[in-house]
Design a protein around this ligand. Sequence first.
Ligand SMILES: [Fe+2]
Length: 392
Amino acid sequence: MSLQWFRMPRDVVFGTGTLEYLKQVKGSKAFISMGKGSMKTNGVLDQVLSYLKEAGIESTVFDGVESDPSIDTVYRGTVKMKEFAPDLIIGLGGCSSIDAAKAMWVFYEYPNLKFKDIKDPFTIPELRKKAKFIAIPSTSGTGTEVTCVAVITDNQTGIKYPLASYEITPDIAIVDPEICKTMPPNITADTGMDALSHSFEAYVSTMASDYTDLFAIESIKMIFQWLPKAYDNGENIEARTKMHVAQNFAGLAFSNAILGLVHSMSHKCNTKVPLSHGRCNAILMPPVIQYNAKTAGSRYAEIARNLGLAGSNDQELVASLVETLRKMNASFSIPSNLKEAGLSEASFLAELQETAEAALGDPCTGMNPRKPSVEDIMEIYKAAYYGNDVTI
Ligand SMILES: [Fe+2]
């Protein structure tokens, strides 16, 4: 028997104004996890509180989630969650707010667990004995509202851990593009490129299936069409709507096909350079595609054909794809390599082997279409650092 699956939230509610769906939610006490930023100033939090009140739900807000949430923040939020004892947990805002809430949810349901008990993939025990989870994303990137993943950072080492379990896939995802309108262009670009990297990695993953291919290819086509428009004019609600759906499709694809080397390498080098996750991925995509093309060239060529790129054989199509991604990065003012992004050459070279070893051990490496060695990953990092082609 070849057992495959496609898992997603029970409800994905989408479209302009769907935040109002909260009026129909069943529950008695909602714990809202968020950051200190735009959700307060742009009135979204007030709307959320008002809709929950209309639904007869008492709410409390934990607004202490920082960007790249740490284990300490998760533990702090869990203390508040235990005191309030909610039956609904709401992650509101960027992926950090939602990911932190997912981790708090685990420790709320299992107070005796520690981070080390759940950091390995698919080790989280059965949830939903105390609460259900609603995710409301304000960026169009990680798709965390539909995924089995939460990225938490160890504040001692700076290393990012992708917690993975279908237990932390939310119950309800509210995908309302109105919430994204205030995203500035650089965050629009970075989060959009993160979504693109999800679909690329899902499409060439060793766990790709007909189901994940469907969402991956469609999201790639939508991102190429609509991300430049959302970047140029954040008020373009059609572009915001298409990007919010596209990143959600990318999330559905990678939550089931998982990821690959772009994410393994990004998780481990992103601590050393002042780049957002999406921006780091955008720089890593061209060299990883060149490396993977030896075994997954035909899959990348299919992507290129779907985008209408030039090329009469797989090799030419892959080259067109890499060139197109490089031009896309430049159009969003994303640095073309890690050196240009501000990583010092001395520290890059000094930590290269250690970083490559850590990337090899990242859970995402297992689904990469080409099995890398530490030396291979070092070569890809070097190409990403200097902006060279990968030739191995
Ligand atoms: Fe990502």
